[in-house]
Design a protein around this ligand. Sequence first.
Ligand SMILES: *Cc1c(COP(=O)(O)O)cnc(C)c1O
Length: 404
Amino acid sequence: MTKPVTDLIHHPYQPPAGFSAPQPGVFKASTVIFPDTTALRARDWRHKNGYTYGLHGTPTTFQLEERIATLEGGLHCILVPSGLASIANVGMALLKAGDEMLLPDNVYGPSRALAEGEFKGWGITHQLYDPLKPADLEARIGPHTKLVWLEAPGSVTMEFPDLPELVRICRRKGVTCALDNTWGAGLAFDAFDLAPGSGEALAVDISAHALTKYPSGGGDVLMGSIVTRDEKLHQRLKLTHMRVGWGIGGNDAEAVLRSLPSLPLRYRAHDESARTLARWCAAREEIVQVLHPALEGAPGHAHWRALCGDAGLAAGLFSVVFHERHAPAQVDAFCDALKLFRLGYSWGGPVSLVVPYDIPAMRSAALATWPHKGVLVRFSVGLEAVEDLQADIEQALRALHRPG
Ligand SMILES: *Cc1c(COP(=O)(O)O)cnc(C)c1O
């Protein structure tokens, strides 16, 4: 007879197999228990046909990996604890001292900081390229270029590149290309079929995605994914993933699994409201430009239309550039006067968010692609009633006209 304290841990009851419900079960583990030493020795962490250790996967994380791979049109997926970790994992797996990577000048800021920090310290160099000039990317690819990052559209400034053409250049030059697919989320376009219906097989090698944004949809989970269609490439990424120990928690995986079925509906709702507000902002005299890839006249609009379609999707983000007569302090006052739009980074959740940015400080002087003098404000449109959001922007614009 064992004591009750032991029975609490080694309890004989096993629930019957075959439980079925709309949501998959949540399995949480650091330790995975093997039935015997033969099984322990036979297990292989590289494949999903068994379990070795919590870091390398549980039924819950494997399910989420399979669903994210499906969402993005890939075959393999690795989950990591943030979108930024997915970017780091790709670079760490593919680059060594002496190699170079290329980043678009409008790249997600922390991705650039990582290139300038850790990667540089490890002897891995980088160059920035002009994402709207494919010839600029082509000219910068040299013998040491081992990775090209792509983003469509660019973070914050929203220029939409000719993504298929950038990928063709990487193919021609034999360089691996990775897309930060957070904006498209697997819905706006297919990163693994960039020329659908044309007979041309055109795909990125790797899609990195901040699941933190739309797939989570709650503003309460940090997670990233790395999707590929190439088994060898996947194993390389997975090896790094295993060695650095980037596991994700079962509860976080469950939160994303629970949000995934409503992803297409939410994405459409964010998109619709964002376009309504972007068009409304475009008519305001305080604003000199609205940066939204689905709006006529926005940088890269034709590329967005070609890739996503005339009736294509476009997420829930847009930025506005204020007239230069509005000093940064006045634009800050506008942001502070907003009541429903809250000040905060990230996007994809129910709450609308706003952030002012100093773009010239974020860009390389050499490329000099930023034509505006006024302050840029990025809106992430949530799921509130669009009329309320519009009224909120309208009342806050009055703060612009108050003496500073
Ligand atoms: C948010 C974001 C990331 C990073 O995601 P985290 O989970 O916050 O680390 C990467 N790329 C883009 C474009 C993002 O918007």
